[in-house]
Design a protein around this ligand. Structure first.
Ligand SMILES: CNc1nc2cc3c(=O)[nH]c(N)nc3c(CCN)c2[nH]1
Length: 373
């Protein structure tokens, strides 16, 4: 069975919607946050721990798996689900963004992108066709069109040319996409911070009738209100019966603001990345557990949290582990941060169900202390 979006209801207070995304590997309740497992592993987490904290879908990266261990090996292992022993849905990103954020010496042409491997310097290339074929081989339930994420800031003319090329690439991905599996290929809307280019990109892509649409080119250093404005300029041109995925977004406020504007799917390395330097997302805002003030603090990281780390370990212990560079410390902070965001989305979905997401937003921001996060 292919990927199908079921709209359950729209929040009476906001533009948020409650949905269920049906995939060959299970159902995802939306709006949802997807933990990132770039190299076929959510760093330090077992599949069982991810299920316990409530993850319903995880993300992996074509670029990284193409470079190492290679998509042929993953295919030989029976595909990404088998290879990493994750039997729930997987989404793979297409590689364009990662080439630009990771590799040296890259060159972009109509054909695709040439680059050097950030691992061993090998000269490689990805095209719409090859990126699609790699993702077909990896076997994720949802795969992404090969796109360019323009840098920010960028000249209007550059963004225009890049966005038009990304639309041409999207059509090439559709043609290359083998339908032998039940994988859904999502299009990616670009357009930078320009409402006219966003609209044109959305019109170009929706004319190709993808089963879902991502909004790319955001969360690239722009002020957050630019991102929210671009959502408001784009979403009206996307079909209401298809999922909308805001790429690379994962701070608590952005997940709430994005949901309010009608976004259904989010992903971000933020929770796992900041966990590895001992920074936690808690109901009272951000907390740096390695801070000396927690030396003798024998309470839980977050008194309101029910995760494995908060139920069984103290701030003092976790601070000690982080200071002593003990691996277990990073696992505990990662478990907590992922649980925090996955649980935030449970609360967001409840608020939509009860038509009170606007009120929830005010209450959450009040408690969380919406400085920066
Ligand atoms: C952290 N910010 C961020 N912005 C992104 C834009 C794109 C984007 O425009 N295209 C693609 N393919 N991926 C993006 C990603 C990676 C998502 N895992 C982004 N991440």
């Amino acid at each position: 069975m292919a990927v199908k979006y079921e709209l359950i209801k729209t929040c009476a207070q906001t533009g948020a919607r409650l949905g269920r995304l049906h995939t060959p590997h299970g159902v995802i309740d939306t709006p949802t946050f997807m933990p990132v497992g770039t190299q076929a592993s959510v760093k330090g987490m077992s599949p069982e721990e991810l299920k316990t904290l409530g993850a319903q879908i995880i993300l992996s990266n074509t670029y990284h798996l193409f470079l190492r261990p290679g998509h042929e090996l993953v295919k030989e292992a029976g595909g990404l689900h088998r290879f990493m022993n994750w039997d729930r849905p997987i989404l793979t990103d297409s590689g364009g963004f990662q080439v630009f954020s990771l590799s040296e010496m890259r060159k972009i042409t109509e054909e695709g992108v040439q680059f050097r491997s950030h691992i061993n310097g090998d000269k490689l290339s990805l095209t719409p066709e090859s990126a699609t074929q790699v993702q077909n081989a990896l076997g994720a339930d949802i795969i992404m069109a090969f796109d360019e994420c323009p840098p920010y800031p960028a000249e209007y003319e550059y963004v225009k040319q890049s966005t038009e090329r990304t639309s041409r690439w999207a059509e090439r991905c559709l043609k290359a996409h083998s339908r032998s599996h039940d994988q859904a290929l999502f299009g990616i809307v670009q357009g930078g911070m320009h409402a006219d280019l966003r609209k044109q990109s959305a019109l170009d892509l929706t004319s190709l009738d993808f089963p879902g649409y991502a909004m790319g080119g955001l969360s690239v250093g722009e002020p957050k209100h630019f991102m929210y404005e671009m959502l408001e300029e784009t979403i009206p041109y996307l079909p209401g019966n298809k999922p909308r995925y805001l790429m690379g977004v994962g701070s608590p406020d952005a997940l709430i603001e994005g949901s309010i504007r009608g976004v259904d799917m989010f992903d971000c390395v933020l929770p796992t990345r900041i966990a590895r330097n001992g920074t936690l997302m808690t109901s009272q805002g951000r907390m740096v557990v390695r801070n000396a003030k927690y030396t003798n603090d024998f309470g839980p990281m977050d008194p309101e949290c029910s995760c494995y780390a908060c139920r069984n370990y103290s701030r003092a212990y976790i601070r000690h582990l982080i200071k002593a560079d003990e691996m277990f410390g990073l696992r505990l902070t990662t478990i907590h941060n992922l649980h925090f965001l996955v649980n935030l989305m449970v609360q967001v979905r409840e608020a939509i169900r009860e038509d009170r997401l606007g009120t929830f937003r005010e209450e959450f921001f009040e408690k969380y202390g919406m400085a920066d996060n």
